[in-house]
Ligand binder design. Sequence first.
Ligand SMILES: Cc1cc2nc3c(=O)[nH]c(=O)nc-3n(C[C@H](O)[C@H](O)[C@H](O)COP(=O)(O)OP(=O)(O)OC[C@H]3O[C@@H](n4cnc5c(N)ncnc54)[C@H](O)[C@@H]3O)c2cc1C
Ligand SMILES: *[C@@H]1O[C@H](CO)[C@@H](O)[C@H](O)[C@H]1NC(C)=O
Ligand SMILES: *[C@@H]1O[C@H](CO)[C@@H](O)[C@H](O)[C@H]1NC(C)=O
Ligand SMILES: *[C@@H]1O[C@H](CO)[C@@H](O)[C@H](O)[C@H]1NC(C)=O
Ligand SMILES: *[C@@H]1O[C@H](CO)[C@@H](O)[C@H](O)[C@H]1NC(C)=O
Ligand SMILES: *[C@@H]1O[C@H](CO)[C@@H](O)[C@H](O)[C@H]1NC(C)=O
Length: 642
Amino acid sequence: MTKSALLVLISALRIVSSHPNRASPFPAAEKVPSCSHGASFSLAERIRLTDEVVERIADTHPEYADLWSFGNGEGSLIKSGECRSFPGDESWPSEDVWNNFNELLGENALIRTVPLAAVCYNSWGVYDEEKCASLREEFGDPYVHERDPTSTVWPIYQGKTCLPTDEPEGTCVLGGSPAYAVNVSTVAQVQLAVNMARNANLRLVIKNTGHCYLGKSNGAGALSVWTHNLKGITFLPEYETVGYTGPAMKVEAGATVREVYEMASRYNVTALGGICESVGYAGGYIAGGGHTPMSGLYGMAADHVMSLEVVTADGRFVTASNTSNPDLFWALRGGGGGTYGIVTSVVIRVHPQVYVTTSDYTVSTQSGEAYFEALRFFFGSFIEWGDAGTYSFFAAGRNGDTYTLSLNHFFAPNCTAEEFEELMGPWYKKLAELNISIAPTTKFYEDFYSAYDATWGSDVELNTVGSVSILPANRLFPRSSFEDEEKFDKTFAVLQDTIDSSNTIMGYHQAPGNRANVDNAVSSAFRSVIAFLIVAVFVDSDATPEELGEATRVLNDEIVAPWREVSPSSEGGGSYLNEANVMEPNWQREFYGVQYERLLEIKKAVDPMGVFYATTGVGSEEWEVRDGKSGLQTQNGRLCRL
Ligand SMILES: Cc1cc2nc3c(=O)[nH]c(=O)nc-3n(C[C@H](O)[C@H](O)[C@H](O)COP(=O)(O)OP(=O)(O)OC[C@H]3O[C@@H](n4cnc5c(N)ncnc54)[C@H](O)[C@@H]3O)c2cc1C
Ligand SMILES: *[C@@H]1O[C@H](CO)[C@@H](O)[C@H](O)[C@H]1NC(C)=O
Ligand SMILES: *[C@@H]1O[C@H](CO)[C@@H](O)[C@H](O)[C@H]1NC(C)=O
Ligand SMILES: *[C@@H]1O[C@H](CO)[C@@H](O)[C@H](O)[C@H]1NC(C)=O
Ligand SMILES: *[C@@H]1O[C@H](CO)[C@@H](O)[C@H](O)[C@H]1NC(C)=O
Ligand SMILES: *[C@@H]1O[C@H](CO)[C@@H](O)[C@H](O)[C@H]1NC(C)=O
């Protein structure tokens, strides 16, 4: 044996012997062998809670043994009107239990929540003028929230109970933030947290980056599983599974879209991800389907998931794939985050490098007549552009006397600059006829990552979060609303009216269809979408519940209701659950399409006790968060069964 091989062997043995200590259950884990469906388990996934470990814990700590045991798949739901245990309740775990839990987790992984902005207040004993000043500056940076165990990027849904301020005498309370977070670095820790939450009747939440637009990664009085530090990404050059052999990547739960793109680029392949670099990849993004600038070639990101590793509601660690837990596999690809289990990693199939042409410009005119004629032509081109595999993100609206349409950015994969010009020909001609001049910056890139990096990958604004003033809603418009002349007239009239009433429409043209021809839980609305449009209302940062309620009413009943009418779910319309309005009426059908019923059946089968709750998640209609009068649904209240 060579000297270096010997060194490798010695260090490997050291890992094995330090993990775990056979005689003691602390930390509560066992190391298992390393293979799953053509992809090795990650280091985190090899450290697990097993029946033997649970028995050892019972031997040393019989008084708490019941808290860590696995579920038996039965168990009963708490009764109607009953709530999850809450800090201060008699049933709330004692300090001793929390300490014991922390010891079992190891590595001081249990973190009692101190709000991110506590440094701005006297009441928490951590006041720090300088830190507070920089937090006030950086509150819009998503990575500031990602690095914090419990902070999320849209504080409205947390209840706005501890915002950065320069008035240290103000009140800062936990509000909708969880009571504790587990900083997980192993599957065993995820399992312990799930078992503890289930056995102690605690509310459980999962926070990855905290990007969720609906507040799903918050929860008052909850125990949170914080996946941010599960960062591993592995390239698998020859992954093999039923129906696919080829390059793939295994992505752990805490990796971001940017990290996935970088890794794919390093190995000369393309991975499908979204436009915002700081979004988590394997968490909410994949769970919601995941739309992508590459959708015109390949469909939705979730369509390219080959398998997932998951901790289920009973605390067990399982593989979900075509051949193992196929129902769970179906639901986890599009059926919504935080609902069926805690994903620790996904294996995605990746694609060859492809060249891309991008283009940026602003259409601007003071003539309303010319503007709407142009805009009508623009929307009217979506079917052709979508079928050509292209995607764009744009904003259309009026600012004073000037109407604008900015393309930030037009993205055309597998399109040369010449092909792109040809595709744009009629549109550019139309603008010329209307005497509207544009100055497009059109560029050709050899590969996806270069194109991404130069467009959304360098848009600082896209990555600005932390607002307490924006309430968004979105609509997936089906092809039929654009294809049929009469329907398109109606659709466009509604959109023109939206802009005429001083709203800005943001949106994407895209046509993911079902290009990979898969059967999964991605909402049926995505299969026929041609335009994904977003609109928002604005409120003061100190808006009262009444004002939030009124703004929500205007958004739903005045702005989005006419959109729904021209894109009804019965004709394939819907709303993207990942960027949605938390108060969307009929969210079951609007967010999940025709898949809702099957999803609900799967939810009841895999989580009979309702361990996983997420607002507007499948099955969440059996629960309520009692947040008092907040004007819209926040997570600042007890979770109770209806
Ligand atoms: C600025 C911005 C740009 C965006 N751009 C795009 C885009 O281009 N394309 C697109 O499709 N979407 C986009 N999104 C939406 C994004 O996909 C969702 O917000 C998504 O839910 C974020 O997931 P996360 O895991 O990062 O966030 P989190 O808020 O941490 O989690 C979101 C949800 O997923 C659950 N979850 C997280 N991790 C896990 C896990 N390991 N297992 C099970 N459940 C989990 C959480 O419980 C929660 O319900 C964007 C969002 C923002 C804020
Ligand atoms: C979380 O755990 C990781 C180890 O996995 C550690 O490096 C990090 O400092 C911890 N973070 C916090 C906030 O405790
Ligand atoms: C599932 O298996 C079938 C064959 O049984 C195959 O055609 C299909 O591509 C597989 N799907 C995935 C996502 O692996
Ligand atoms: C990268 O991939 C492309 C497309 O598959 C291929 O043409 C090219 O040769 C590869 N480059 C390298 C350095 O392997
Ligand atoms: C790219 O376009 C060419 C034709 O120009 C086509 O043959 C090829 O299949 C396309 N690639 C993808 C990934 O769609
Ligand atoms: C555009 O300008 C030309 C000449 O400047 C004029 O003849 C034409 O009517 C204008 N067209 C529109 C649609 O305004």
